[in-house]
Design a protein around this ligand. Structure first.
Ligand SMILES: NC(=O)c1ccc[n+]([C@@H]2O[C@H](COP(=O)([O-])OP(=O)(O)OC[C@H]3O[C@@H](n4cnc5c(N)ncnc54)[C@H](OP(=O)(O)O)[C@@H]3O)[C@@H](O)[C@H]2O)c1
Length: 333
């Protein structure tokens, strides 16, 4: 495993991290969840990503149990806040009240005194940014949170937050967590250039497009049993956007490129996101420990310009690049 700095911060993270969205506490039984976490640790992953909202808070509990007994200093634990965690009007968003209550609940579920990175899961149009940033800064001073970051924020929102933090002397955002893969490149034109200038690192999610870039979903055919596309607890809805024949057909055409390099399709896709130097870490998901062992082999792989061109030629029009697709709900969910 190779390691990178989280943006311009002093924190070092594994360039492949492990996340538990849609798996822990839902699609995957606790035993399999623990085996995946153990495989991640065995393969040198030190960085783990979760969120208060995953599996209606159960995912943090599973991760807390799976990491119990592991030396805390050897781990970087990331969580997030914004999406609803309860029925109340204040059980959501980035207000001082919800941030304070949610971090306490996350720390309890994760069985830790602090998280290494606390991320605003989306931009909250209903809370003044100053209120959110001041509360984040307070949590840092209290030692409950070591670094703060955001997720799916636009370049303009990140720039605004950095300006306020600099003016008010608040702790600066060190990271953004966007979706990024060969198929979804919407951060490249605005978020990445701003982030490079400002020292903000990307921790990218769904680097294999939820499994689609492994090539296991064949156009015109039923998805394999037990895969995310058949998961009725939520996964099948989330992956639906990629389950189109035009996408699946072109993904099949990536197979010779991976084969020429002696890589699996998942390794090629994860290596692809890691070629971007603004990426601090690629967060992989897994329903089975073998997937973790396959995917981590992408660490340290270099893809030359010719390979990148071949990938672009194959994917062509199915690649999404429009930066306006970076979105947060206009009103709180
Ligand atoms: N900030 C945000 O808004 C946000 C949103 C989404 C995700 N995330 C973060 O990103 C993490 C990763 O997201 P993701 O799970 O969508 O990532 P992903 O790595 O693109 O997809 C993971 C899924 O693909 C399948 N898979 C993985 N390796 C495979 C292999 N070698 N061969 C065949 N299938 C394989 C597995 O599903 P099956 O076996 O079930 O098919 C696995 O659960 C999340 O856990 C979370 O931490 C953040």
């Amino acid at each position: 495993m190779e390691f990178r700095h989280l943006g311009r911060s002093g924190l070092v993270v594994s360039e492949i991290s492990y996340g538990n969205w849609l798996t822990h506490g839902s699609q995957v039984e606790e035993d399999a969840a623990k085996q995946c976490v153990q495989a991640a640790l065995d393969e040198g992953i030190t960085t783990f990503d979760t969120a208060d909202v995953y599996a209606a808070t159960k995912a943090e509990e599973v991760l807390g149990r799976a990491l119990k007994g592991v030396r805390r200093e050897s781990l970087e634990i990331f969580t997030k806040v914004y999406w609803p965690t309860g029925p109340g009007r204040n059980d959501r968003g980035l207000s001082r009240k919800h941030l304070t209550e949610s971090i306490h609940a996350s720390l309890r579920r994760l069985q830790t005194d602090y998280v290494d990175l606390y991320q605003a899961h989306r931009f909250d149009y209903e809370t003044p940014l100053e209120e959110t940033l001041k509360t984040f800064d307070d949590l840092v001073r209290q030692g409950k949170v070591l670094y703060v970051g955001v997720s799916e924020w636009t370049a303009e929102q990140i720039a605004q937050a950095l300006k306020i933090a600099d003016e008010m002397g608040f702790d600066r955002i060190v990271s953004n967590q966007p979706q990024y893969s060969m198929l979804w490149r919407i951060i490249e034109s605005e978020v990445v250039p701003l982030s490079e200038k400002e020292g903000v690192g990307q921790i990218v999610w769904s680097p294999i497009a939820q499994g689609v870039l492994t090539g296991k979903y064949l156009p015109g055919q039923q998805p394999p049993e037990g895969s995310r596309a058949t998961d009725k607890s939520g996964g099948s809805n989330m992956i639906a956007r990629w389950m189109r024949d035009d996408v699946l057909t072109r993904v099949q055409e990536l197979k010779p490129i991976a084969a020429d390099l002696g890589l699996s399709m998942a390794q090629l896709a994860i290596a692809w996101v890691l070629q971007n130097p603004n990426v601090s870490s690629a967060i992989i998901g897994a329903s089975r420990p073998e997937q973790v062992r396959d995917n981590v082999r992408a660490s340290g792989v270099k893809l030359d310009a010719d390979v990148l061109r071949r990938i672009d030629d194959v994917l062509g029009p199915v690649v999404e690049r429009d930066p306006s697709k970076t979105e947060s709900p206009r009103t709180r969910p």
